[in-house]
Design a protein around this ligand. Structure first.
Ligand code: NAP
Length: 312
């Protein structure tokens, strides 16, 4: 028979770990279900500078490691499983995983979001063979190679700067002629001699022979196409996609109220179903940051505690 919990948190990114910490400290029997590895998007981030109190040289993985240990210290249990379907109506919520079935009085959805694919032919084929979405994980494979970064937001520009540690050159390919990234981040990038820009440009196709070696790009204004071929000695180059994220809400379609795929909550992280809360990047919000994810998680856990009290 499946164990009964007070709170089940789905997802162990900053929102989920913060929820687990607060639920654990409130002496609620808490389970965190994580698909792969704790951390979510932030675990792929090379440098964290804007989480209050983070130490100098902080990386996503080091910060997550401490959050994970803190949640465990306060009694949260962790299990690695993928939730495939949910039954959230009623006072007992049921989560059906690949490995097991989990039951609780309250659920906190903190499933986050995944990298949006560039969306061109050849992209899938060359993931791990030239195409990546994680500079921290794969940057070192491109030591002294040419690197291309697709996107113009904070992530693209920050990760492009990080990639200059490795690449001979780093070219940002952006579909407009100005960046979306914050001014302070832009200023640093414009001053970095290793960073070049390809404006008004999109990637049309990625090609290769087992390994990525050719990229076709198109100027969106002139429709002119250019074929970029890897240097003969290098035989390849890196293409990193940072064009935003897609919320992980497939299993909640037709169950929770969504807006453009993101879960709609009130300011107390309550969804349209009693006892079900959402926290972090997965919900509709104006700022998706570690600090706001952590804040959401704390609020969701405190509200879950109140909800459970109200059942008595
Ligand atoms: P984002 O802000 O949504 O930017 C996505 C970028 O990709 C935009 O420049 C967009 O172009 C481009 N793009 C979107 N779809 C595209 C497509 N199909 N083809 C080509 N380009 C496409 O995403 P993000 O940079 O990952 O940031 C996500 C959130 O995290 C933001 O709220 C951001 O502020 C935050 N963040 C903050 C920090 C920090 O404060 N240090 C660091 C990282 C992320 P357009 O500009 O033309 O729309």
């Amino acid at each position: 028979m499946s164990k009964m919990y007070d709170v089940i948190v789905i997802g162990a990114g900053p929102a989920g770990l913060s929820a687990a910490l607060y639920a654990g400290r409130a002496r609620l029997k808490t389970l965190v279900v994580e698909k792969k590895k704790e951390g979510g998007q932030i675990a792929l981030t090379s440098e964290v500078e804007n989480y209050p109190g983070c130490v100098e040289g902080e990386s996503g993985p080091t910060l997550i490691d401490r959050m994970y240990n803190q949640a465990k210290h306060f009694g949260a249990e962790f299990v690695y499983d993928e939730i495939e379907s949910v039954d959230l109506q009623g006072s007992i919520k049921q989560l059906n995983g690949k490995k097991d079935v989990y039951k609780s009085k309250a659920v906190i959805v903190a499933t986050g979001a995944s990298s949006r694919p560039i969306g061109c032919p050849g992209e899938k084929e060359f993931i791990g063979k030239g195409v990546s979405y994680c500079a921290t994980c794969d940057g070192s494979f491109f030591e002294d190679f040419d690197i291309y970064v697709v996107g113009g937001g904070d992530t693209a520009v920050e990760e492009a700067m990080y990639l200059t540690k490795f690449g001979r050159s780093v070219t940002i390919i952006h579909r407009r002629d100005e960046l979306r990234a914050a001014k302070s981040i832009q200023d640093k990038a414009f001053k970095n001699p290793k960073i070049k820009f390809m404006w008004n440009t999109i990637v049309k196709e990625l090609k290769g022979d087992g390994i990525l070696n050719t990229m076709v790009v198109e100027n969106v204004k002139t429709r002119e196409q250019t074929t970029i071929v890897a240097d003969e000695e290098d035989m390849t180059f890196g293409v990193f996609g940072f064009i935003g994220y897609i919320p992980k809400t497939d299993i909640f379609k037709d169950i929770l109220t969504l807006d453009h795929g993101y879960i709609v909550t009130d300011e107390n992280m309550k969804t349209n179903i009693d006892g079900v809360f959402a926290a972090g990047d997965v919900r509709v919000k104006s700022l998706r940051q570690v600090v706001t994810a952590a804040s959401d998680g704390a609020i969701a856990a405190v509200q879950a505690e109140k909800y459970i009290e109200s059942l008595k």
